[in-house]
Design a protein around this ligand. Sequence first.
Ligand code: NAD
Length: 439
Amino acid sequence: MRIAMIGAGYVGLVSGACFSDFGHQVVCVDTDTAKVEALNNGEIPIFEPGLDELVAQNRKQGRLSFVGDIGQAARDADVIFIAVGTPSRRGDGHADLSYVYAAAKDITASLKKFTVIVTKSTVPVGTGDEVETIIREARPDAEFAVVSNPEFLREGAAIRDFKHPDRIVIGTSDERARRVMSEVYRPLHLNASPILYTDRRTAELTKYAANSFLATKVTFINEIADLAEKVGANVQDVARGIGLDNRIGMKFLHAGPGFGGSCFPKDTMALIKTAQDNESPVRIVETVVAVNDQRKRAMARKVANAFGGNLRGKAVAVLGVTFKPNTDDMRDAPSIPLITALQDMGAEIRVYDPVGMEQARRVFENVTFCDSPYECAKACHALVIVTEWEQFRALDLKALSATMATPVVVDLRNIYSPEDVTRSGLLYCGVGRPQPAAY
Ligand code: NAD
């Protein structure tokens, strides 16, 4: 198959590289010329484990290329994927579909034969209808079908997720398009990955329902964690105790500083807006968003509680700023409101992240950027684990304790054993675990 992938960001680049690895001929198109130039020079603009090798191999085999203009790629393509951003629209929280519609307009002039146009971007119900209308109005003669194929990969494990998905969802009522999509995903058919064929609107809604459900699960365990602290229980054992029930499942039951990232905040908000517009409000999701919004400042208060509620004159070391480990993505990262709240309380902030420092420098002001966790902790009054990078699990706690002004660890990801930390001479405070006396 010949595939054009519009958008070479986290989703478009991974999908394009994986499709080319399946043996398809893929051209990734991006309007960001610096990105295209970097990719053509063999540089990968994002941090995603394994992506550089995958891109290099497939470029070498001549199956993957990058261009700034859609024209030729769209003319040749059997399938055109739209994988551009759908951020929250400033002001009202609806999904901003301007990039999707611009991409749809960009391809109209080039359609020459039957082409399947696929929205891989996360888009509200009805967007596929609108994409179809845009193209039909511009090209009444064109032969095409618009399909919804939402993406469920997770940053940090994106290649594995793409090649071994829990499921693939394909929304179309067009038989020809269905056959083409089945060819596109043939290697996964052979892998026995479940493929769910449904109509377009159902596929669009499925993606929002999935992300909102996961956000709800996280928020639920976070509230149970707060209660556990008050009643002297341990949320990790509660999570295991409920998660071993197959109906509930263990995943997404890790208490922490609240969800963030490039998808959950905008997707929960967009679902709320779609639901309100259709006079069918999703009140559970509305509550999830409200509870989660308050959580970052609550986590800053958790740090302040170790110092009688006041952080004036205190230095706080923040370890991990990306929204999760194994990515450099800082979009809507919990570290952002958390650091702002700590600064509001008077703290001086030092920051270290294994791969997110370049992005962090663009996001944070009045912060000291450090080259290692130990440098970050130096002379600090509290050390806060915000993102659970693997390397933080293996830190020499005694060495940290020796370098800090006051030995306080606030572990917002519960990566340490409280006993180990306490034995190293540090005061330990986790999430939803029995709290030290100072609290
Ligand atoms: P991104 O911002 O990393 O990438 C989008 C890319 O599209 C950018 O490089 C941008 O320059 C390019 N672009 C915008 N308009 C264009 C146009 N008209 N022509 C060509 N290129 C254009 O975004 P992302 O994280 O890859 O997300 C893309 C979509 O996938 C979003 O709808 C998102 O919700 C969804 N999604 C993301 C993830 C994730 O983990 N990031 C997972 C599943 C689904």
